[in-house]
Every structure is written in C-alpha cells, then in structure tokens.
Design a protein around this ligand. Sequence first.
Ligand SMILES: Cc1cc2nc3c(=O)[nH]c(=O)nc-3n(C[C@H](O)[C@H](O)[C@H](O)COP(=O)(O)O)c2cc1C
Length: 188
Amino acid sequence: MDAYDAIARRISTRTFQDRPVPRALVERLLEAAVRAPNHKLTEPWRFAVLTGASRDRLADLRRAHSATRFPDPAAPEAAKVIEKTWREARETPAVVAVLCALADDAVRREEDVASAWMAVQNLLTAATAEGLGSYVRTGGILQDLGVAALVRLPAAHTILALVSLGYAATDEAPRRRTPAAQKTLWLE
Ligand SMILES: Cc1cc2nc3c(=O)[nH]c(=O)nc-3n(C[C@H](O)[C@H](O)[C@H](O)COP(=O)(O)O)c2cc1C
C-alpha cells in the first residue's frame, strides 16, 4: 500500500477483533512515528504501550472517568454509556499513550507538541499500511492522575493522545471530507 492509499484509507476504528497486535509490529509503527520532522531534533516524544493487564487498568480508569460526567452514574442511561466506554476499552487490543516533553520555552514547547502530533500521524498512516485499525483519543481522561501513573508520565511531560490499535472488526468507508480545492487559494 503506498502512502496515498494509507492516508486515504485511515479511519477511526471503534471496534476491534479479539486478536493481539504483535509487539514487533507495534515497534515498527513506533519507528515510523519517530521519523516525524522535529525542529532542533529535540525528540520530545515518549510512548507507553498498554496491552493485557495495563490495558484493563486503563479501561477501569476510563469507566471511572466516564462516571464523573454524570450527576447520577447509576441511572440506567448513564450506566449504559459508562459500561460501553469500559467494554470498548477492554476490547481494544493495544493502546499507545503518546507523551510529549513540555519545554520551558514557549516556542520550543509549541514546536515539540507539533512534532509529537506529526509522530501520531505517522503512526496512524503506518498502522493503516499494516492493515491495522486505529483511533486517536484526547479529552479529560488525559488529565487523570491514575492514567498519568499508569503510563509513568515523566516530570515536565504531558499525555498528548491515547491511540487505540487493533485489527478492525468491521469494514467501514472513510468519512466525508471537503475537497482540499475548496479550502485552497492559489496565489500565483
Ligand atoms: C486531536 C484529536 C483528538 C480526538 N479525540 C477524540 C476523542 O476524544 N474521542 C473521539 O471519539 N474521537 C476523537 N478523535 C477522532 C475524531 O473524532 C475522528 O478523527 C473524526 O470523527 C473523523 O473520523 P475519521 O478519523 O474516521 O476520519 C480525535 C481526533 C483528533 C485529531
């Protein structure tokens, strides 16, 4: 699969087959991730790969976090959403937590965060090329102290994203995008 195909085929995959992602494959994806452009070669990224028991712990933390969003988490509608969050997290074969160093200098920090996000995109493209589904998540869960402990977040680092990886359970079409031509001004 060439780069254009991988980019065009990538979608956010929510449900995965019950099939592990081999460690060597995740290692290959992470080697693709670290090829991202990076001003001053600061290499601000760190990765924590969660599978098995650590993935289960993340699922429990996500369930607890989800419950905080409802005034009455025991109400049937809330309980359904919370349970779905937990089940989806438990059924995700691997999660890569992407961490980024937070430099004191504001410009450096902005560049480092941009670079780490490019690493995320490389990871997603490579995953698609390998036949894997993926899903980027951000949100309040990234500030959860339990998640920080789980991924062993170093001092002066942040969790940028949680990237789910696995073999997709369903074959979905890519979602709509406005053609770039409608968003582009040519200045010749
Ligand atoms: C920075 C970023 C954060 C995201 N966070 C979430 C999230 O917290 N929850 C979620 O359901 N999707 C999240 N997504 C995925 C988007 O919802 C998804 O990319 C969008 O629906 C388009 O679908 P596609 O990726 O299949 O094209 C995030 C995507 C990005 C780039």
